[in-house]
Design a protein around this ligand. Sequence first.
Ligand code: DP6
Length: 320
Amino acid sequence: MRATAIAQPNIALIKYWGKRDLERNLPAVGSISITLRDLFTEMRVELDERLSADKLIVNGSSDETMLPRLSSCLDLVIGGARPRAHIESRCNFPIAAGLASSASAFAAATVAAACAIGQSLSNEALANVAGRSSGSAARSLLGGFVELENRETDIVVRTLCDSGRWPLTVVVAITETAPKAVGSTEAMEISRKTSPFYSNWVERQDQDLQTARDAILKRDFEQLAAIAEHNCLKMHSVMWASRPPMVYWNSATMRCLQTVRKLQGDGHGVFFTIDAGPQVKAVCVPECAADVRSALVATEGVADVMVTGLGDGARLVKAP
Ligand code: DP6
């Protein structure tokens, strides 16, 4: 009745922003991401008939913040009448700060919960359970370049290209480690209801997906860079034009973008992307990683820099 799974966060290159079904947490748009290698969340789930309530320990300390969502995730996998669980999570990067901590957490929790009760779920079933807990979590079930297809009644995830076939490097510039003020779930709804750009964002997503898919299949870095930056800035434009506005950037975020522009001007193969937080992820060809890292370390306001390659999907680390 226990299992441990590990999952890596993923960074969307073509973003998910907005829901078409709040109840089932179905996204309004498809998305494409890369799964990272060196950032991780390890999740241990132990079901215990003697417990009267679920318990969550995060990095060694009791933490209730994520508990309701994790409890619902276990209910979805195991059923609401399940024994209560002792959940222990370990994570090596800042939580809820725009680094996709919920993606790796729910992907790992889904895989661990299914194994804890000896259930072998299809990839499709795992994706729909993880995706109900957090849309981006379904993408962390797989490695490399991952597409989440927004089908009529559910979602489907598939690998477009393995991490080994196009081994890009991601340099994450951390400009703030505190949790963000407004979570993505709430911010997406504000955008959907109030942003004058929202419907246009949804309508144009298929074109961006097609361009990115094509770039990944050809391994065309320039094409991927152009569409990923465009899609990122478009998502942030939707957020900025919402009421109240959702501005996740700080001054160091902007300075990091200028650093990336300067690196591009000097001929480096690098592009930026930013999620619902102030961190900047610079995706680059491995030969440029050292220069990208030094340039971001030297950028004013950058608190820390993490460098990672692309990694694999969620997996068990310990059988019951
Ligand atoms: C900006 O997956 O965190 O990172 O489904 O409400 O949990 P919920 O949202 P979440 O949103 C991720 C938003 C994003 C873009 C992306 O990862 O595609």
